[in-house]
Design a protein around this ligand. Structure first.
Ligand code: MG
Length: 157
């Protein structure tokens, strides 16, 4: 069994889309990023690459590459899963936390979970998404950023 950890943070900016776990959330501010800025999926992808010993998301999908401009992170998640399969590995379980002050992400957690499970070919029960605020503390608490952490467990195919 292999375990990997991943994390990501993006600055929030006016006029950007807020996409979390593949769900577009109504918000005046979204993640400033080269891709769609989906911190949750980026943290999960890094946890997968970490567990597989495959480096990090920037090694595989560099943000200097124009092909990843406004990239759909669900597509990146599916590609990451395919890279694991080439190494004879698959994700068996994921746990993640996303931190955002507002809007509340709680109502979207189950849809995020379904998206992630579908992209990885997992039952929804094998994917857990937790949503928290930062209680007004730090950059997330001031509404300047969105952050996520994830842990992935892999096994042989
Ligand atoms: Mg990112």
């Amino acid at each position: 069994m292999r375990v990997g950890i991943g994390g990501d943070v993006h600055r929030l900016a006016e006029g950007r889309r807020l996409v979390v776990g593949g769900v577009e959330i109504d918000s005046p501010r979204g993640a400033a990023a080269h891709s769609d800025g989906d911190v949750l999926l980026h943290a999960i992808i890094d946890a997968m690459f970490g567990a597989a010993g495959l480096g990090d998301i920037g090694d595989h999908f560099p943000d200097t590459d124009p092909q990843y401009k406004d990239a759909d992170s669900r597509e990146l998640l599916r590609r990451a899963s395919a890279l694991l399969a080439e190494k004879g590995l698959r994700v068996v379980q994921l746990d993640a936390t996303v931190r955002l002050e507002r809007p509340k992400l709680g109502p979207h957690k189950s849809t995020m979970r379904e998206h992630i499970a579908a992209d990885l070919g997992l039952p929804a029960e094998s994917v857990n998404v937790k949503a928290k605020t930062a209680e007004g503390l730090g950059s997330v608490g001031r509404g300047e950023a969105i952050a996520a952490e994830a842990v992935a467990t892999l096994s042989d195919l």
